[in-house]
Design a protein around this ligand. Structure first.
Ligand code: PEP
Length: 247
């Protein structure tokens, strides 16, 4: 049985008090025991939120792969872990697009996170122009080859993949369940080809892109969709919990 995961990417939203209230609300609410819930708050609140000892795990949206050094404004892999992160996001399209994070840099982030025992949620996904050409599988395979598939099997086992078509992120446009299932099955096949079927069967593959309380049930019913990485809808307790209870 693969781990079911519902992760909330809060992005650059919420104040400290709003973050505390949201995590407390999530923690106080009923949600399925067999679903791992994770939230990715702004890094400046990780420390405070870790003191709430919530059932919901914490993750860092970003980090620098070096442990320390002259990187003004950055938080190191060691620092986000020290502040309470158990998970990290790597390869989110907003980091690739707005902060020019290259495939090589993402590879370094994956390596640094795993070397420190952090769990990686690796994001991949194609822009609309690639989807229109129906080249999405090749595009995603390249992203995995360039930043993830260098890992030995023992490390790859610790990775969660999130398929996030860029055209669906924050746009209100969701991939249909057929589009999501096709790509998730293709990603599992890519992992099986690179490693083996057993390993591929163990890896959770999340869907991200305008997933909400209304469409989560249909998406999560797909055989290869093991949960979601949620942006906008993770900022409201009720919506986030509806999604977490959609399996
Ligand atoms: C995301 O940013 O990872 C995301 C999926 O955002 P949204 O749910 O808002 O599309």
């Amino acid at each position: 049985m693969r781990q079911k995961i519902v992760a909330g990417n809060w992005k650059m939203n919420l104040t400290k008090s709003e973050s505390i209230a949201l995590l407390n609300d999530i923690n106080a609410s009923k949600h399925a025991e067999n679903v791992q819930m994770i939230v990715f708050p702004p890094a400046v609140y990780l420390n405070t939120l870790s003191e709430l000892n919530a059932r919901c795990a914490l993750g860092a949206q970003n980090f620098h792969p070096a442990e320390q050094g002259a990187f003004t404004g950055e938080n190191s892999v060691l620092q986000v872990q020290d502040a309470g992160a158990e998970y990290v996001l790597v390869g989110h399209s907003e980091r690739r697009m707005y902060f020019q994070e290259s495939e090589e840099f993402l590879k370094d982030k994956v390596d640094a996170a795993l070397a420190h025992g952090l769990k990686v949620i690796f994001c991949c996904g194609e822009p609309l122009s690639i989807r229109e050409l129906e080249h999405q599988n090749e595009f995603v395979n390249k992203q995995l080859e360039e930043s993830l598939f260098h890992l030995p099997a023992a490390m790859m086992q610790k990775v969660v993949v999130a398929y996030e078509p860029i055209w669906a992120i924050g746009t209100g446009k969701t991939a249909s369940s057929a589009q999501a299932e096709n790509m998730h099955a293709a990603i599992r096949e890519m992992i099986a080809t690179k490693y083996d079927q057993d390993l591929a069967n163990q890896i959770s593959i999340l869907y991200g892109g305008s997933c909400n309380g209304t469409n989560a049930k249909e998406l999560f019913a797909c055989a290869n969709v093991d949960g979601g990485l949620i942006g906008g809808a993770s900022l409201k307790t009720a919506d986030f919990l509806t999604i977490a209870n959609s399996f």
